[in-house]
Design a protein around this ligand. Structure first.
Ligand SMILES: NC(=O)c1ccc[n+]([C@@H]2O[C@H](COP(=O)([O-])OP(=O)(O)OC[C@H]3O[C@@H](n4cnc5c(N)ncnc54)[C@H](O)[C@@H]3O)[C@@H](O)[C@H]2O)c1
Length: 436
């Protein structure tokens, strides 16, 4: 009642106060208030409907759904945007393919996109430019690809409306799916980012691929981490993969099972590539070879892990150019998907390959190589390997990839790190980030 009497004091005509408080006037005010409430409600409802139907799908409703709360408000669409998408994905060589590369602003994605473009394939990138590591490095990679004629659409693989739109604009023959939440240790800090990108995002992508007409063939990045706590080396594709040591590994393993399902039900052609510790120019700042380089140059102490009883921790470091050749070979040998209109028409190809280097190197040797290349002695602190996701040893058996993809790594760690260090010193010259 207090509120109404306050409202009663508001003049209906500017400059005029209503002194009359007859029951009739009171009724008129009640009906005005009802009208005001009604129109406010209609206005709010219209705003809600507008956002709910917006193609960017960053609606209050979408954001309140926990699986989608990482979706940001990316803007996409429009004639000029579609023109850029089409032009980037246009095939410029005979028998070329048009490839949607997810995670194109990432380390591997940038190299694969550039290599495909160089040989005349159509390439369209997709990346959400998240800040898991310095996004300015992702922007620098984007600028590099831009100069090569590759457009990276800014968006999330969970945004099905965006993915559908991309398939409407371009009939992609292939998808190279590299977008993921990488890194084993960060999973203890932000577990849901792994579920969002590596599980929900994969399903969202496969849902759109299975409904696309024609369905694309998909090559995607699994990981050597699926071998988890296995002690039998070298790791072969036939070995068990049911003892992951990190949530990251568990999401990649889940991805392999999800791939099996979409191949089985919808006839999607799917190839999973288990990469072994990839390194090289434009690499990832969260990986040891990268932050060791940074810290050695800064004179900071670096932590080197050893296993129980001074056991060696070693990695099968694989140079980026070898990985790129493996990715392209997987795309080139991928058979067509067999489904159409979301229905399977026959059995489709389902493959998994190790892409490694087949020569594990102890992490302490990696540091010695870096010391020589940087001409700086590292301050080493030897620590016991914590139980936070890392495994003691990785070693790839690559005979299957050799046989079926013609995969043959050619770069040893010394030569590969030399190229990385050269890039690093130029890129971070004078503390500034320059394009290289
Ligand atoms: N580099 C390695 O040593 C290694 C080893 C094994 C497996 N892999 C796998 O290879 C792939 C590429 O790895 P990388 O080293 O280039 O990593 P990266 O982090 O540099 O690249 C991944 C890219 O995906 C993007 N991304 C992440 N989530 C996304 C989402 N939901 N929607 C859209 N974009 C998203 C990121 O912004 C990033 O640019 C990943 O799947 C990774 O798990 C890498």
């Amino acid at each position: 009642m207090k509120q109404i009497s306050h409202l009663d004091d508001i003049p209906s005509t500017p400059g005029k106060f209503k002194m009359d408080k007859s029951p009739y006037n009171r009724l008129r005010w009640h009906s005005s208030l009802a009208k005001l409430t009604f129109w406010s409600f209609v206005f709010l409802a219209l705003i809600f409907i507008f956002f709910f139907r917006s193609p960017s799908s960053s609606t209050p409703q979408a954001l309140s759904d926990p699986s989608r709360r990482y979706l940001q408000n990316y803007s996409w669409g429009g004639a000029a945007w579609e023109k850029r998408v089409r032009s980037s994905a246009r095939i410029r060589s005979r028998n070329g393919m048009s490839v949607l590369v997810t995670g194109a602003a990432g380390f591997v994605g940038t190299h694969v996109s550039a290599a495909l473009k160089r040989r005349g394939d159509g390439v369209l990138g997709l990346d959400n430019f998240n800040d898991y590591y310095d996004p300015s490095l992702k922007r620098a990679r984007q600028a590099l690809l831009e100069r090569a004629g590759v457009f990276i659409v800014e968006g999330d693989i969970n945004d099905e409306a965006l993915l559908k739109k991309l398939f409407e604009v371009v009939a992609f023959t292939h998808v190279m799916h590299l977008a993921a939440q990488a890194g084993v240790r960060y999973a203890m800090e932000n577990p849901s980012s792994y579920v969002h990108s590596n599980i929900a995002g994969l399903v969202s992508l496969l849902e759109v691929c299975k409904s696309a007409n024609p369905q694309p063939a998909i090559v995607w990045a699994s990981s050597s981490s699926v071998y988890g706590l296995n002690t039998k080396v070298p790791f072969s594709e036939k070995d068990r993969t049911d003892q992951p040591a990190s949530l990251y590994a568990a999401t990649k393993k889940a991805g392999e099972e999800i791939a099996h399902t979409y191949n089985h039900i919808y006839g999607l052609s799917l190839t999973g590539l288990r990469f072994f510790t990839v390194y090289g120019p434009w690499g990832r700042p969260d990986m040891a070879y990268f932050f060791f380089t940074r810290d050695i140059l800064k004179g900071k102490t670096i932590s080197i892990f050893e296993a129980a009883n001074h056991g060696t921790v070693a990695r099968d470091f694989t140079y980026i150019d070898d990985i790129v050749r493996g990715c392209l070979a997987a795309l080139d040998t991928a058979e067509k998907s067999t489904g159409s209109g979301g229905k399977k028409k026959g059995p489709a190809q389902l493959r998994v390959y190790n892409l490694g280097n087949t020569s594990p190197v102890p992490v302490s040797d990696l540091v010695s190589i870096l010391e020589r290349l940087l001409k700086v002695k590292a301050k080493r602190n030897i620590l016991r390997l914590p139980r936070n996701g890392d495994v003691q040893y990785t070693h790839a058996n690559i005979s299957l990839a050799q046989r079926e993809l013609g995969y043959k790594p050619t770069t040893d760690l010394q030569s590969g790190l030399k190229k990385f260090v050269r890039w690093y010193l130029r890129f971070y010259a004078d503390g500034k980030k320059s394009g290289v």
